[in-house]
Design a protein. Structure first.
Length: 232
């Protein structure tokens, strides 16, 4: 994953205004093993960038971590390297490979597999912090979204559509782009549900399980029509 803009690839000297922190004084840095320090900074960076965006100053991030900016750059040689590490740990990291295995388990009804997966995905990935960071990265032209879609989501969508076709006794569309778009109809609906609840703060009397069931039911009901579509 690499930044498209000079701002994030070379840090642009951290010109973005720093967020206001509770205190202007930083406490003395406590000693801890390097691995623990790195984990601490990564956790704080995820929280920090999710709140203030990827153009926020690393000086303010260092203050939030209780370390010097010099120490921060000792552990992460550049802001781009830090952002890359945050991506690996907090954007791609929460996705579990076992989810794909269970989605392919044909001993379980497809509807139950989809309901189970999207409940897990909603709770484990589509959190407020994850969504905010993902959206901030997209606006800042950092390759988080394209990298995540290529590395994770394309395989997920193809798996869902392949299982849908098999379950319904339908021919799997030969066009890869069509299969991806069919998969996005369900995945995009669940993702936008999380955006509405966590980012827009739009809520209704319907619980998450009920809304996910609504989307899964609509997707499966439409499967015969979707699989019969042609491109070009």
């Amino acid at each position: 994953m690499k930044a498209k803009s000079d701002l994030l690839a070379a840090n642009r000297q951290d010109k973005a205004p720093a967020p206001t922190l509770p205190s202007s004084k930083r406490r003395a840095t406590s000693r801890m093993p390097a691995s623990e320090r790195k984990a601490q900074i990564l956790a704080k960076a995820f929280e920090f960038f999710s709140e203030y965006g990827l153009t926020a100053q690393t000086r303010a991030l260092a203050d939030a971590c209780g370390v010097s900016q010099r120490l921060l750059y000792t552990i992460f040689p550049s802001k781009a390297a830090l952002i890359e590490a945050v991506y690996e740990a907090n954007i791609a990291g929460p996705f579990k490979a076992v989810w794909l295995e269970k989605l392919r388990d044909r001993n379980i009804a497809l509807e139950q597999r989809l309901l189970w997966f999207y409940r897990e995905y909603y709770e484990g990935v589509l959190t407020r912090g994850w969504l905010r960071l993902f959206l901030y990265a997209s606006l800042a032209e950092v390759e988080m979204a394209p990298a995540y879609i290529t590395a994770v989501i394309k395989t997920l969508l193809d798996t869902i559509v392949e299982e849908t076709a098999f379950d319904a006794g339908l021919a799997l569309p030969t066009q890869l782009d069509l299969r991806q778009e069919i998969g996005w109809l369900l995945h995009g609906a669940i993702s936008h549900l999380a955006i509405r609840r966590h980012v827009y703060r739009n809520s209704t009397s319907m619980g998450i399980d009920a809304v996910i069931r609504l989307h899964v039911s609509a997707y499966l009901a439409a499967a015969p029509t979707l699989m019969a579509q042609k491109v070009g």
